[in-house]
Design a protein around this ligand. Sequence first.
Ligand code: AMP
Ligand code: MG
Ligand code: MG
Length: 307
Amino acid sequence: MASTSPVFLRLMANAVAVANHAGNIIREVMSKGDLGIVEKGVNDPQTEADRRAQQCIIGNLNKKFPLMSIIGEEDLAQETNVELVSDIDKEVLNLRCPEELVNVTEEDFVVWVDPLDGTAEYTAGMLDHVTVLIGIAHKNRPVGGVIHQPYYNYKNDKAGLGRTMWGIPGIGVGGFKPIPPPEGKRLVVTTRSHMTPVVQQALEALKPDEILRVGGAGYKVMLLMEGHATAYVFASPGCKKWDTCAPEAILTAMGGRLTDIHGTPYSYASTEMHPNKRGVLAAAKSDDHKWFVENIPDEVKQLVQGS
Ligand code: AMP
Ligand code: MG
Ligand code: MG
């Protein structure tokens, strides 16, 4: 059965399995205690967990899909002798494939990998903000996404540790239950560690009932997915394509929307520049998204134009 499944479903099912394995690596590095922190830039750390998780994810996906473009956050020479992940997620493998992807071959997918999103929070012990993001794009658009949260339930030793969420626009989502945000309230989630005056100006103009400041693009979108926030607003160029591809796929699959702050979707072609220079605006409901696009001040839009 597996060998006759469409490439897309095999890719999604492998992405779930390798994301789970990356989660094991992230917990193992933390439990050994030496994070091996390297500063890539201002307020932009990398740890041994980022490096090993990326080697595992890209090494395994490369072996199974050698002709596919895979773009990872970390600038590393890919090791060839990575530990093989032999399992595959059977539930995802047996999903219905979107009609337009049934005959697409591996050369025509682009995979964006953030091996550990929320590194600053990982080093600060805010472990539930940490996620592994694997986004799959076809014809420039996100068509499948996997978010693994390695420390889900870590404060509750009776429940299972870690979980994996996925979404395929046109098919659905799994690994979590989508919950709409509370009606009549504007709960806005934004950066915890990359605040700027323009980000602040945008937030103030939107007059939120509450501002939630958490780490990582994956964790912010999870707050949208489970009804804890109305919108994710980041009027700044710091996020990259690997931060938003998987979250956008899942949000779209549940009826939400993720774009730049002008309301224009990003392209995820392999030739795109990595930064999301026009900022990020996401909402669990597309009607809410429209409201936020209309209410972000023109002055802010002019300052975050990507040029
Ligand atoms: P944050 O919301 O600040 O946790 O950022 C979400 C994602 O975008 C994380 O992967 C960050 O590393 C990245 N990011 C946002 N702003 C910046 C920045 N100024 N420099 C480097 N990375 C950033
Ligand atoms: Mg990231
Ligand atoms: Mg990262």
